[in-house]
Design a protein around this ligand. Structure first.
Ligand code: CMC
Length: 451
């Protein structure tokens, strides 16, 4: 016969007697003070299952306890083997590989393969992978015509989101999400066509003829050609810029359960096809608190105008009047490793393009902010968006196209997250609960009787 053990309540120091068999290792003991019942809830990977609370009832017709977590501050929505972040230490790994090593040694297409399939490709696998993506870069002419309908001053993200969604109408086979080969085909199509759509958005706004993909170029080389080629027969690439863009794409490729990845999974969980799911994820990315921040950083730096005005701007931030765009992160409470790396790329790019005057304002902002109590206590550091826009601008991209660049790169991560979801037996349609706080039942009143 097992006895009881005395447990101390960590909050108020009171003691409780708990049956010894409840104290298995790796479990959480919960005592419901409403009825004195005790529960043992297993802890796995530092997580308890929210559904384990449902058994905690005070009467037979009680629904059971739920957890309340607006904005998912402390809720794991899935098990994932794709990206690891240690926000306190400022670590980021894709499939176990540190982001710094991938940025240094890999390429965006190789990283996309790694994210989606879980391991680095062999030489043959990589050749086949690249060949298939390159051979899906063309857009159906109908898509081009659809894009011609947008206003000349339409925001590129609006065009991008609509055009990606429209691909769904061209590829009805994409609905077969449980067919491995068809899923593979949509992955090639999406990775192949994102740069083409992005470049067409830009050319349309400029009133320039569209440039068709050049399959002899690298992924980023082809994108730069579709963006900037004029009358020359072959676009002359600058290898430093081509490589810098590739590295920027690697740094943006995935970031575990961020707002847009969560949307990709949420829409995907309804078994919608990957084109519409990805359009929805892109829409989430567009917001200024997420991927739209890179565009906002540029506006902010331009508004600040010079190094001398930085201190006054930081004062406004501290007074809660404005946010310091490109600063802060839900997960990183230390320097974002991507931002650290992007700063290094900036120097290489400026050697080719000339130094951007905005970088001095950004460096001064960072310097002042990092010594201010407001930022230190809130653990606010530069994030990926703080320096990326300055580089994109130096490379010739217009400010409102920055988030589109983020979307091209993040397509790899969205697809990896989507495929993991589709293959996860534990997942179901994504459907949170709520705490209803509205009116109780009330009777309808005819309009003439309403006061
Ligand atoms: N400037 C000034 N104050 C800030 C900032 C900022 N950029 N970010 C957070 N804070 C303050 C915030 O006011 C709050 O203060 P208090 O406790 O006094 O109310 C505290 O820091 C915690 O902020 P929060 O809004 O609760 O944090 P969150 O995790 O909900 O938000 C965030 C994360 C990224 C939305 C936010 O930091 C932010 O708005 N940053 C600016 C936009 C930005 O750069 N976004 C890009 C994120 S990285 C790329 C990506 O993955 O999308």
């Amino acid at each position: 016969m097992s006895g009881t053990k005395t447990i101390i309540d960590a909050q108020n120091g009171k003691t409780f007697e708990v049956p010894e068999e409840m104290l298995q290792s790796g479990s959480l003991i919960i005592i419901d003070s409403r009825n004195g019942k005790k529960y043992s809830v297993p802890v796995t990977n530092g997580t308890i299952r929210a559904m384990d609370f449902r058994q905690m009832k005070i009467s037979d017709d009680d629904f059971g306890l739920m957890t309340y977590d607006p904005a998912f501050l402390n809720t794991a929505s899935c098990r994932s083997a794709i990206t690891f972040i240690d926000g306190d230490k400022g670590l980021l790994r894709y499939r176990g590989y540190p982001i710094e090593q991938l940025a240094e040694k890999s390429s965006f297409l190789e990283v996309a393969y790694l994210l989606i399939y879980g391991s680095l490709p062999t030489k043959t696998e990589f050749e086949e992978w690249s060949h298939n993506i390159v051979h899906h870069t063309m857009l159906h002419e109908n898509t081009k015509k659809l894009m011609e309908g947008f206003n000349r001053d339409a925001h590129p993200m609006g065009m991008f989101i609509s055009s990606v969604g429209a691909l769904s109408s061209l590829y009805p086979d994409a609905k077969n999400i449980f067919d491995k080969d068809l899923r593979q085909l949509q992955i090639y199509r999406l990775l192949g066509k994102m740069p083409t759509i992005a470049a067409y958005c830009y050319r349309h706004r400029q009133g320039l003829p569209y440039v068709y993909p050049d399959n002899t170029l690298s992924y980023t080389g082809n994108f730069l050609s579709m963006m900037f080629k004029m009358t020359e027969l072959k676009y002359k690439l600058n290898p430093v810029l081509e490589h810098a863009l590739d590295v920027l794409f690697i740094l943006h490729a995935d970031h575990e359960q961020n707002c847009s990845a969560n949307v990709m999974r949420s829409v995907g969980s309804s078994q919608a096809d990957p084109f519409v799911s990805l359009a929805a994820a892109s829409a989430a990315l567009y917001g200024p608190l997420h991927g739209g921040a890179n565009e906002q950083v540029l506006h902010m730096l331009n508004d600040i105008g010079s190094k001398e005005n930085v201190a006054a701007y930081v004062k406004r931030v501290k007074e809660g009047e404005v946010r310091l765009m490109g600063f802060g992160h839900r997960v990183y409470k230390n320097y974002d490793p991507r931002a650290k790396y992007i700063k290094e790329i900036a120097d290489k790019v400026f050697e080719v393009t000339g130094r951007s005057r905005l970088i001095d304002i950004a460096l001064e902002l960072e310097r002042i902010a990092l010594q201010e109590e407001y930022f230190i206590t809130r653990k606010l550091y530069p994030n990926v968006d703080f320096y990326s826009g300055i580089i994109y601008q130096a490379m010739g991209f217009p400010t409102d196209a920055f988030t589109v660049l983020f979307a091209i790169a993040r397509t790899a991560g969205w697809l990896a997250q989507w495929q993991e979801l589709i293959l996860d037996q534990e997942q179901k349609i994504s459907r949170p609960r709520q705490m209803y706080v509205g009116e109780g039942k009330r009777d309808y009143i005819e309009v003439k009787k309403r006061e």
